[in-house]
Design a protein. Sequence first.
Length: 417
Amino acid sequence: MPRPASRISWRRGIADRDLGWGMPGNKKFELRLRWMSSHLQQAGYAALVAFGWGSAHGQTTMSHGNMRYLTGWDSQRFSSLLVVFPGGARPVLLVPNIGAYVTAREQIGYCDVRFCAADALGSATAACLAEHAVGRDACVATLGRGEMPVGAWEQLGLQVPQPVDVQYLLDAGRMVKDEDAIGLHRKAAAACDAIFAALPAQLRSGRNLFSIRAQLQALGAMHGAEYCDMWLTASPNAQREFMFKVDMQGVPQDGDQILFGVSLTIDGHWGHAVRAGYMGEPNLRHQFYYDVVQQIYEMAVRELRPGKDLAELNQDMLNVLERHIPDYSNTETYGRFRYAHGLGLSYEDAIVTASFPQPYIAGGRPKSLVAEPGMLVEIHPNIFHVSDGGCALGNMILVTQDGCEALTTHELGLARY
């Protein structure tokens, strides 16, 4: 069984090989695929099988980020499967939609792009492996297996005693962003800010929340977002995010609390931010909850800088919450979601996100990680009361050489709509 390379050696590998940083698109992806091929050969793997959904699956997929990082390919609402071989053989990209296949043939010239029927993705992959004399008992590395349809995995027919997941290779490489990636995240942040600026007029338009969201999603597309979704709550007691059509039939009214989160991608790079407001003048309880989350946010951006342990930052935010709301952990009264997570080619980029476990998932413990320049963190403290409603506030925060920078810049105050 091949032994996985250490995370440290991968990070050094990035520094030594300059894995595409600053290169034009095709050269960058060619270099990353060559590095992967070389790693497979050195580690003794017979091939890499990498499954990926497209960007249309949004926050629900980690596999899209892998595919985008290695190849630049976005299959949008379809799936794709990449096969990389050791020794420099040309990678194969299987695309089970004829229109997407034609586009991939035009864009991804550094792969052997092939069409296969959607219900034959696994068998087409098996045939591809057989072409390169990869047997059923060979040791094959995998990416995205957890999101691969069961039927495709069964068709693949590999008899590996324990599939070898090499996700750690890409997670470590994607943790610190290069200047090209940061530039795309800035564009995504600007799109979020434009949507926030358009929200007040939409809330007073007389349309229901579902229609308002559609208008704002179109604005995201006009700013270049291939994926744009949001949750928009307008309720006297904003206790949670409204994101389903059944939730979003109401028309915003005076006295409603507003909770608004934007999540979008531009060329695969995530933008995400959260704002809160009130239709009219907020009541004292709503103002209180906003003041609490604002203090947590301001403390976090003061402390976030190179060398800061992100698990410690997570605890520092909870300490501020506890000073103001000592019984915040009483789930009969209060609810919340994680106060931060990583951003990148995945909505909750791995490694960084592990420092901020979801409070409603049992057994989650923050993992220690030292902040480095180039990390991108979404900081979004929040608190919701069972009858008073609540608030959330969030920005994209880039760790810099001597501190941090908010990429989303729209006004933070509790908005009056």
